[in-house]
Ligand binder design. Structure first.
Ligand SMILES: Cc1cc2nc3c(=O)[nH]c(=O)nc-3n(C[C@H](O)[C@H](O)[C@H](O)COP(=O)(O)OP(=O)(O)OC[C@H]3O[C@@H](n4cnc5c(N)ncnc54)[C@H](O)[C@@H]3O)c2cc1C
Ligand code: SF4
Ligand code: SF4
Ligand code: SF4
Length: 689
């Protein structure tokens, strides 16, 4: 992969050197040797003039420097021919590829796979030349990519015996001078100024232009740093110096942002009004600061790796939530809260939806990260005393119970929402193409389509805004869904609503919609008719796992019924071969609940309390909140129920997330290659029994 780092390396801008150096270090860590492309922001006319001797010498030195910086240090820069120097001096674009190749032909750099820029001013400049530099990616805060130890490879120790304060200030008005002199006197420090002509009386040395080694050396050995430039601010904190950033430069906004990122906003001061006690310029909370730098560094590196589409960075979601793909449960909260609609949920090769950000629309507000249920916002309930209450229950209405997967709790709660509260019910049904989709119903006839578990991940987030609208109008809404989806809804709403009643179903894993779709296509073909209903929990032969049937209905009225455990799709679901990777790190297991009420199968009830077992379905009900208690109290007489306890209820249900097996990953690698039924069957240990 050919990657060009574009920077104004011919100027005396230490930022350009430091940032380009940091980026090339990290690229080499990724196994990429980048190409440095010097693009001068200013003086375009000057560089196009006939080359003067001075200019030639300057460029010659610069070329050697580039080789030293980006190539292998041991090799000396090759001799440069006079003609070449002359062309080089005139060139606006200069290319340096390690120690191998130097030139300024457009042909050399025009066909790179990626162009990287760090300075926002340079980005602006280059965007005007879009046809040359494409795709162009800006690495923000690039100097933070490496730590002080790595910068020390560059540092040259200053020849200065005294303790000193390094001053890199562009805007030296009288108040600033006074401020600096006062600080130096208070600390008994000499002043080293980054200027060729020192303008502070007490300055004892000047940092020389175009000397990155000297610059880093002066930072490294300084007792204290005062600056109004972005790069010296970053270098000062990376070296954990006692430092202060002054507010009056055109880079003030960028400085403010980076200081806030590393929790050092109090180091930015206005010298005319804000002269603080000297101790306040020390980094006070080093632990917090170091964590912030480490996190920021990881995120910058990750964004760069993802931009270059490096395999190891496919591990992360392409969204500012910055979580691993293996953690993302697809709850959609990030997409739904984004104020600029910058996030889309896009299916990956396995068929699961993940957020993908449109960087042009993203305003970097970080709201998505704040609301992400897999970061600090899981939405799980902190139990009040005497909760959760655990019940084992059977709906007294046998027809409803038989049409439901477990003990028929959901139909009763739905009926309460519709007929008592005159509200709405959110659930999952099949659409006309047999996709499992969330929908909102306001009558029991429509609610019936929600009965029964559909063992496939549904498409649900489109209902979130509508739910919010109903809640804002004061309507009662019963939400029913998987726990991670319920968490997504709560995160999206961002405030509690009295008229929202959240129910969740116990869930150990949700299968890929792509696998289900392929399996349906296989059935359509095999039975020469379209599947119009797929009941995963037909209880005509019984409810427990051994008796449970799959009932598949076709458009031509044909119905097939098979023992569920032996069915290829069902067995792969039950064995977790077709689960979303995040189910292996599910945050919503056992007592970590999101809903006012949780519903599940009371597996093992025939052993623990045979009086509550008739093989037609018994439910676990977890009442998690007072609201859950109130609603259950209102419908309790519609159940045959008993109190139970967590230990009994979860004796045969999962208490921990599933284990993602290697076989699962193997399955998905073969998904697009093998016929679906053959593939599912090869993972079905009961197929031939
Ligand atoms: C993917 C999945 C995994 C499950 N894993 C377990 C488990 O490990 N242990 C356990 O005890 N129970 C599990 N269940 C729950 C169980 O199968 C029943 O759905 C639950 O007990 C409710 O049954 P019920 O008889 O009260 O009502 P039912 O009438 O069966 O109600 C079903 C409810 O589930 C909702 N629903 C159906 N399919 C989906 C879907 N794909 N996504 C979101 N919501 C859906 C419906 O909207 C309805 O609210 C799982 C369900 C699903 C969908
Ligand atoms: S940072 Fe803000 S604008 Fe960008 S994707 Fe996240 S929520 Fe949307
Ligand atoms: S877990 Fe939810 S909020 Fe977090 S990235 Fe995934 S979809 Fe977005
Ligand atoms: S196991 Fe957890 S993460 Fe996976 S679908 Fe169920 S609730 Fe969501």
């Amino acid at each position: 992969m050919k990657v060009g780092i574009i920077a104004d390396l011919a100027s005396d801008d230490m930022r350009a050197y430091a940032e380009a150096w940091a980026v090339q270090k990290v690229l080499k860590e990724f196994g990429i040797t980048p190409i440095a492309v010097t693009h001068e922001i200013e003086n375009t006319e000057e560089v196009n003039q006939e080359a003067s001797e001075e200019k030639i010498e300057e460029k010659k030195g610069f070329k050697a420097k580039l080789k030293g910086l980006f190539g292998t240090k041991e090799k000396a820069a090759p001799a440069v021919k006079k003609r070449e120097i002359s062309e080089f001096a005139k060139a606006r674009f200069v290319i340096c590829n390690g120690t191998k190749e130097v030139g300024h032909e457009k042909g050399i750099w025009q066909n790179m796979d990626h162009y990287i820029v760090t300075d926002p001013r340079m980005k602006e400049e280059l965007e005007k030349e879009e046809h040359f530099y494409h795709p162009l990616y800006q690495v923000k805060n690039a100097a933070m990519l490496i730590n002080q130890k790595i910068y020390h490879e560059l540092a040259r120790k200053p020849e200065l015996a005294k303790d000193y304060m390094l001053v890199d200030v562009k805007n030296l008005d009288n108040k600033t001078k006074h401020f600096i002199e006062h600080m130096a006197t208070e600390r008994g420090l000499a002043i080293v100024e980054k200027r060729t002509n020192p303008s502070i009386g007490k300055a004892v040395a000047q940092y020389q232009e175009r000397d990155i080694e000297g610059y880093i050396g002066y930072i490294r050995y300084a007792s204290c740093v005062v600056t109004d430039t972005y790069i010296t601010t970053v270098m000062a904190f990376l070296h954990e110096k006692d430092f202060v950033s002054l507010v009056h430069n055109e880079e003030a906004e960028e400085i403010k942002e980076v200081l806030s990122l590393v929790k050092l906003s109090d180091h930015m001061v206005d010298p005319s009004v804000d002269a603080k006690k000297e101790t306040s310029y020390l980094i006070q909370n080093k632990g917090e600061f170091r964590t912030a730098v480490k996190t920021a560094r990881g995120e910058i590196k990750k964004s760069l790796g993802m931009e270059l589409k490096l395999e190891q960075f496919n591990l992360y979601v392409d969204c500012p939530t910055n979580i691993l793909r293996s953690e993302c449960c697809g709850c959609s909260a990030c997409k739904e809260v984004c104020p600029t609609n910058a996030i889309e949920m896009v299916a990956d090769q396995e068929g699961f939806l993940y957020p993908v950000v449109d960087k042009d629309k993203c305003i970097d507000c970080k709201l998505c990260a704040k609301q992400c249920v897999k970061r600090d916002n899981p939405q799980t309930i902190s139990y009040e005393k005497s909760y959760p209450k655990i019940l084992c229950a059977m709906n007294n209405n046998e027809e409803e119970r038989m049409n439901s997967s477990s003990g028929g709790v959901f139909p009763v709660l739905a009926d309460y929402a519709i007929n008592v509260m005159h509200g709405y019910v959110v659930g999952v049904r099949y659409d006309e193409n047999m996709n499992a989709v969330a929908d909102i119903a306001d009558n029991m006839e429509d609610v019936k389509a929600f009965y029964g578990a559909k063992y496939v991940k549904s498409d649900f987030s489109h209902v979130f805004p509508k739910i919010k609208e109903l809640l804002s109008e004061g309507k009662f809404v019963l939400y029913s869904g998987l726990p991670c989806e319920a968490a997504g809804l709560k995160a999206y709403l961002r405030k509690p609503y009295d008229n929202l009643f959240v129910t969740e179903i116990l869930c150990h894993a949700s299968p890929s919609p792509k696998v289900f779709k392929k399996y349906l296509e296989y059935l359509n073909k095999k039975f020469k008719s379209e599947v119009v209903d797929f009941n995963f929990r037909d209880k005509s032969e019984g409810w427990i796992a051994e008796h449970n049937s799959l009932k598949i209905t076709f458009k031509n009225k044909k119905v097939i019924k098979v023992n569920a455990r032996k069915n290829n799709y069902y067995r792969c679901f039950a064995k977790d071969y077709i689960a979303r990777p995040a189910c292996g790190q599910c945050s919503f297991v056992y007592k970590n609940r999101v809903g006012d009420i949780t519903m599940g199968d009371f597996w093992g009830i025939r052993h623990t309390d045979p009086s509550m077992y008739d093989d037609k379905g018994t439910s676990i009900i977890m009442v998690n909140t007072k609201k859950g208690d109130e609603v259950f109290g209102a419908v309790a007489d519609r159940f045959n129920y008993k109190e139970s306890d967590l230990q009994t209820a979860f004796k045969y249900n999962h208490k921990k997330p599933i284990v993602i097996k290697d076989a699962r990953d193997e399955f998905f690698k073969k998904l697009d290659k093998a016929p679906i039924n053959d593939l599912l069957e090869s993972y079905n240990d009961l197929a031939k029994k």
